[in-house]
Design a protein around this ligand. Structure first.
Ligand SMILES: [Ca+2]
Length: 470
C-alpha cells in the first residue's frame, strides 16, 4: 500500500533483513549499531494519525517497526511471508503449487475457463505461526481484519482498498471476509510445532478487476488489535498483559471470534462493526471512534508492531533508536530455531546475493569504468575505421542502435525480471555480454590488432589517421 520512497528506506529494510536473518556469526544479544540518515524528523508515533505521511515516519514506522503480510524485496517480486498464496485454481483448497501465487488462474481446477466475475473473488491463505508482536502477543487473523478496516478508515492507507469497498469509503462494506480459521482448507502439511489454529483463509471480493492486488492490497501493514481497540493494552492472553488503558476508549472496530454481550451472530466475525450497531460485543462501548484515534499520542512503548525492529525511543528533533526484535519470524519457530516452518522464507531471508552495499558500490565503480571505456573505444573505432563518405551514415546507425535499441533491451530485461527476478535477469544479461566479448576476442582478431595499432584496416584514410596518431 506504500512504496519504498527513498534510498534510506531501502537501507533500513536491507539492514532489517540482514539483522534478522540467522547469521553464521552473531545472534540474539549481540549489539550492532546501524546509523541511517533520514531526511527529516518523525511527525508522529501514531500510524493512524491523519497527518502521518512524512517520509521519516513511513521509513521508521511503516517499514521497520510494523510489518507487511507479504515481502517485496528490492527486486520488486512479491514473496510470501504471513500470506503464503491464494487459491489460484479456485477449488477452495490451498495446494503446494499455490505457494507464492498471488493471482487467480484463468482456468479453474476442473479445466474450465474462469469467467470474468470469478477473477473478482480471491481466497488468500495466511499462516500466523511464528508471528509475534513486540509485546509478545501472538498475531492472528483478527489483527489482519483490524488492519484492513483501520487502513480503510485512513485516507493515507486506503488507496488499494477502494477496489474492495462498495460504495467507496464505506468500511463496513469492505470485501474482506473470513473463510476458515482452523487451517482445514490447507493441503500443505502442518510443520512440527506449529498450530493449525494460526492458519486462516480470507476471501477478497473486489468491486472491479485489479491487477495490482498483490502489491497494493494484499501487502497490508499488520497492526495489533489489542493495542488499538477499547482502551488498549500491551500483550494479550495467554501471554501476560503488561499494561492496560493506554489511551482513551476507542471502541471496537471488528466483530470478535466469540459471541458476547449483544453480539450473537458470529457469522459476522472479522467484519467491521458499523456505526450505530446495536449488537455490540461485551466490553465494547461503541463502534470504533476514528475521530479519537488520530488524537492518541502513543509513548515509545505503545508503538507495537511485528516488524524486525522495535521502537526504543524517539527524541523529537534529535534521533530515533530501534532495536532488533529477536522473535522476528524468518521461517523458523522463533522459540525453537530447529523447527523450520517455511523453508523458502529461510532461504529468502538468508539470501546473500549482492544485497550488501559495499560490494555493490565496488561493482558499480567497475561497471561505470567499463561503460566509459566502451563508449570511448566504440566511438574511436568507428570513426577511425569508417570511410569518410560513409562516416555520417555509420555514426547515425550506431547512434540508432546504441540509443534506440538499449531501451528495448531494458524493457525486455524488466519484463523478464518481473517473472524470474531482476537479479537473475541481470546475471543472465551479464553472462550474454561476457559471451559476446569472448566471441569477439576469439573470432574477430582485428579488434586485437586494432588495440595493438598494427594494420588497422585497409582503408587509406584510416591508415593515415592511424599513422598520424603515431
Ligand atoms: Ca487451490
Amino acid at each position: 500500500m506504500r512504496r519504498p520512497a527513498i534510498l534510506a528506506s531501502v537501507v533500513v529494510i536491507l539492514s532489517a533483513l540482514a539483522g534478522a536473518s540467522p547469521p553464521a556469526e552473531g545472534g540474539p544479544g549481540d549489539d550492532r549499531e546501524l546509523r541511517v540518515g533520514i531526511l527529516s524528523d518523525l511527525y508522529t508515533r501514531n500510524i493512524l494519525h491523519g497527518g502521518y505521511h512524512d517520509t521519516s515516519s513511513v521509513t521508521i514506522l511503516d517499514e521497520t517497526v510494523y510489518d507487511t503480510v507479504v515481502k517485496i524485496p528490492p527486486d520488486g517480486v512479491v514473496r510470501p511471508y504471513i500470506l503464503k498464496g491464494v487459491d489460484a485454481d479456485g477449488d477452495g483448497v490451498f495446494q503446494a503449487d499455490e505457494y507464492g501465487v498471488f493471482a487467480r488462474d484463468p482456468v479453474d481446477w476442473q479445466g474450465n475457463p474462469c469467467a470474468s466475475d470469478c477473477l473478482l473473488h480471491l481466497i488468500a491463505f495466511y499462516d500466523f505461526n511464528g508471528i509475534f508482536f513486540h509485546d509478545g502477543a501472538q498475531a492472528d487473523v483478527y489483527d489482519l481484519f483490524f488492519s484492513y478496516h483501520a487502513a480503510a478508515l485512513s485516507y493515507r492507507l486506503n488507496n488499494g482498498l477502494r477496489v474492495l469497498m462498495d460504495p467507496m469509503r464505506d468500511p463496513e462494506s469492505l470485501g474482506v471476509t473470513l473463510v476458515e480459521e482452523a487451517g482445514t482448507d490447507w493441503a500443505l502439511p502442518l510443520p512440527a510445532g506449529a498450530n493449525a489454529a494460526n492458519r486462516a483463509s480470507v476471501r477478497f471480493d473486489l468491486t472491479e478487476p485489479y491487477a495490482q492486488l498483490s502489491e497494493e492490497t494484499l501487502n497490508v501493514l499488520l497492526l495489533p488489535r489489542h493495542v488499538w481497540e477499547k482502551t488498549g493494552q500491551h500483550g494479550k492472553a495467554p501471554a501476560p498483559v503488561t499494561a492496560t488503558a493506554i489511551h482513551a476508549d476507542l471502541g471496537c472496530l471488528v466483530y470478535p471470534p466469540t459471541a458476547s454481550g449483544a453480539y450473537t451472530d458470529t457469522s459476522k466475525r472479522g467484519r467491521g462493526i458499523p456505526a450505530g450497531a446495536s449488537d455490540m460485543p461485551a466490553d465494547c462501548s461503541s463502534p470504533f471512534r476514528s475521530d479519537l484515534v488520530g488524537r492518541w499520542a502513543p509513548t515509545d512503548a505503545d508503538v507495537i508492531g511485528s516488524g524486525a525492529f522495535r521502537l526504543d525511543a524517539w527524541v523529537a528533533g534529535s534521533h530515533v533508536t530501534v532495536s532488533r526484535h529477536d522473535r522476528y519470524f524468518v521461517g523458523r519457530n522463533p522459540d525453537n530455531p530447529s523447527q523450520v516452518w517455511d523453508p523458502q522464507l529461510v532461504t529468502l531471508m538468508a539470501l546473500p546475493l549482492q544485497r550488501d552495499l559495499a560490494p555493490a558500490i565496488a561493482m558499480s565503480l567497475l561497471v561505470g569504468f567499463s561503460t566509459i571505456a566502451f563508449n570511448g573505444l566504440t566511438n574511436t573505432t568507428l570513426q577511425t575505421t569508417a570511410p569518410d563518405r560513409m562516416l555520417g551514415r555509420v555514426m547515425s546507425v550506431f547512434a540508432l542502435i546504441f540509443m534506440g535499441i538499449m531501451p528495448l533491451g531494458q524493457l525486455a530485461l524488466g519484463g523478464l525480471g518481473s517473472v524470474f527476478g531482476i537479479d537473475v535477469m541481470l546475471f543472465v544479461g551479464g553472462a550474454v555480454a561476457v559471451g559476446a566479448a569472448v566471441y569477439a576476442w576469439v573470432r574477430v582478431p582485428a579488434i586485437r590488432d586494432l588495440s595493438a595499432r598494427a594494420h588497422v584496416v585497409a582503408h587509406p584514410r584510416a591508415r593515415s589517421v592511424g599513422e598520424s596518431a603515431d
